[in-house]
Design a protein around this ligand. Structure first.
Ligand SMILES: [Zn+2]
Length: 84
């Protein structure tokens, strides 16, 4: 049997997270009041391309595979409850 190593499988695809720039106050030498840069990246350390501030991973940006995993957990829990 061949083991498919394709990233099309959500279970093996690297996780993407929503990162947000949290820099406050004037950034980019005062050209911008604040920075609201948001983008999904793979897990790791990322810096804002606009102001160079370190991006923080947000909790609201669940990746598809994380949502699927959570859905499975809830489903399993529901099934356990039904068996009672
Ligand atoms: Zn920024």
């Amino acid at each position: 049997m061949k083991k498919a190593k394709k990233y099309s499988n959500p279970n093996t695809r690297p996780l993407d997270y929503l990162y947000r720039c949290v820099s406050q106050g004037p950034v980019n030498n005062g050209l911008k009041k604040d920075c609201t840069f948001e983008h999904t990246f793979m897990e790791g350390d990322h810096n804002c391309p606009l102001c160079g501030n370190k991006l923080e991973r947000t909790t609201k940006g669940l990746s598809v595979s994380e949502i699927l995993r959570k859905g499975q957990q809830i489903e399993t829990r529901n099934k356990k409850n039904e068996q009672k």
